[in-house]
Design a protein around this ligand. Structure first.
Ligand code: NDP
Length: 473
């Protein structure tokens, strides 16, 4: 059992002002795995005051000093990486190789990237008579979701530290353990008191206290669209900058010349990764109508090959994060059947042999783009295959979505892939796979307005100042 009942404020682990706790449930067993404290706005006030005080000196540190701090964190993160992975496995159910592999690697990747960017980033630039300075925006509230816990926190914390900002992290109630260990890592690395603070608790209380706070300059939020909308409204009265990274319903376009065995299988297995709980997942698979029968067969085989079971065992997919998320996903699967989508793999209920735990069957439908299962973010292992007549039709379907986070295009003809990539209205598009920590990540349309990762991630935490007359005319 883990009992993480203290917050991290002003360089110390402290008790909440008003004691109140909540149980954390392991989604694999549905049993209580530990306890956290639920904070109150009074705890937020203390954390914001500490961050404001620390900003005076931390914002004046040199890039070299911040670089050295990040390099110290690198060593401490590496020392605790296995422990972070174990915590992620327990809090949100990722299988051990994924939790101790890609999950924690994303955290160290953002740290390494912040270091690389900081080494060459120009905080000052002269243009004619004017000096343009990039200055830290101030005290930042960082509000994160549970689906990729280290990715979501590290993609905010490390660029904010690199920029010279101070911050208060509000981790998700469903995945609070890894954030607590991260706070210990930052403490052990000698992050100056007040620069990083963490208050656990309910989004509707701690998140709202941050969004409405007079002395918070910026909110960086990753999570669902409705909460993003609420945060923007809450932050309006104090004219904060609000960076939003919201949901998606990304299209994966398989071109006519693509090897279906490779690309359809890859897209299907990719959708099931992390139990389908990835905002940029390719949850709509767009394929040529002329090859639909082959596609169905390849997708069904790939989905049926995904093993599901206890995260501590040898399975490709663990549970989804919670019983309520399980119920929401089951509701969408039922909705797909009601709407007349053709079930190709999976379906309602738990996989055979699993009568406990929040396990969902890897599910594949063939449907149309107007169905609810094609329009709303399910955030579970559910793929919808949609047929297209020609490339213009594929692009039209891909862009016919309220979201605009990611996209994928697979095919042999690179020029055709590139042509499609130009026409898709999303913040990112992957051509035949690939991965790049320096590529900006964020959404068009209702997928948000921020850009994280790499140098763009640093810009999120900077103000731009013009000093006119710096050079004589
Ligand atoms: P939520 O929006 O429910 O929660 C995200 C965070 O916001 C949690 O810490 C939550 O606290 C907090 N929160 C809840 N209500 C408020 C409020 N009124 N004010 C301030 N903060 C609040 O999302 P989920 O945690 O369910 O995460 C899944 C969603 O995140 C999906 O829609 C997914 O697409 C999106 N996402 C987007 C990504 C992107 O980069 N674009 C990446 C990953 C996920 P609490 O602990 O109480 O829940």
């Amino acid at each position: 059992m883990r009992n993480y009942t203290q917050f991290y404020i002003d360089g110390r682990f402290v008790d909440p002002i008003t004691p109140r706790t909540a149980e954390v449930i392991n989604p694999a067993t549905e049993a209580v795995s530990g306890t956290i404290s639920l904070g109150s706005p009074a705890d937020v006030d203390l954390a914001v005051a500490a961050a404001r005080k620390a900003f005076a000196s931390y914002s004046q540190t040199s890039a070299q000093e911040r670089l050295e701090l990040l390099q110290t964190i690198q060593a401490e993160y590496a020392r605790r990486e296995e422990e972070l992975g174990e915590a992620i496995m327990e809090e949100m159910g990722a299988p051990r190789p994924l939790a101790c592999g890609f999950h924690t690697m994303l955290g160290s990747g953002h740290l390494n990237t912040a270091i690389e960017v900081l080494k060459t980033f120009k905080f000052e630039e002269e243009r004619g008579v004017t000096l343009i300075r990039k200055e830290p925006i101030g005290v930042c509230g960082l509000i994160t979701p549970w689906n990729w816990p280290m990715n979501q926190t590290c993609v905010k914390i490390f660029p904010a530290l690199a920029a010279g900002c101070t911050m208060i992290l509000k981790p998700p109630q469903l995945a609070p353990y890894s954030a607590q260990i991260l706070a210990e890592i930052l403490h052990e690395s000698g992050v100056p008191a007040g620069v990083f603070n963490m208050v656990q608790g309910k989004g509707s209380e701690i998140g709202t206290a941050l969004s409405t706070h007079e002395d918070v300059d910026m909110i960086s939020f990753t999570g669902s669209e409705p909460v993003g909308v609420q945060i923007q409204k809450d932050a309006a009265d104090t004219v904060k900058r609000v960076g939003l990274e919201l949901g998606g319903k990304s299209a994966w376009i398989v071109l006519d010349d693509a090897s279906l065995a490779t690309h359809v299988a890859g897209a299907t297995a990719g959708m099931m990764g992390n139990s389908g709980q990835t905002c940029s997942a390719g949850s709509r698979l767009l394929v040529p109508n002329s090859r639909m029968e082959e596609v169905k067969k390849a997708a069904a085989e790939a989905a049926n090959a995904v093993t599901v079971g206890d995260p501590t065992g040898n399975f490709a997919m663990g549970p989804v994060v919670s019983k309520s998320q399980y119920d929401i996903i089951q509701g969408y699967i039922e909705k797909g059947l009601e709407e007349g989508a053709e079930l190709v793999a999976g379906g309602p209920g738990r996989p055979e042999g699993l009568d406990k735990g929040c396990y969902v069957k890897p599910t594949v439908f063939v449907g149309t783009n107007d169905m609810v299962i094609s329009r709303e973010e399910i955030f579970g292992p559910v793929l919808v295959i949609i047929g297209y007549d020609d490339l213009d039709h594929a692009v039209e379907i891909a862009n016919d979505s309220n979201f605009g986070l990611g996209g994928y295009v697979s095919g042999e003809d690179l020029d055709a892939c590139r042509e499609v990539s130009r026409k898709i209205r999303t913040g990112a598009i992957w051509v035949n796979g690939g991965f790049d920590f320096h590529a900006p990540f964020g959404g068009y349309k209702r997928s948000g307005n921020g850009r994280e990762w790499g140098e763009y991630g640093l810009h999120e935490y900077l103000e731009v100042k013009a000093v006119i007359g710096w050079n004589p005319a």
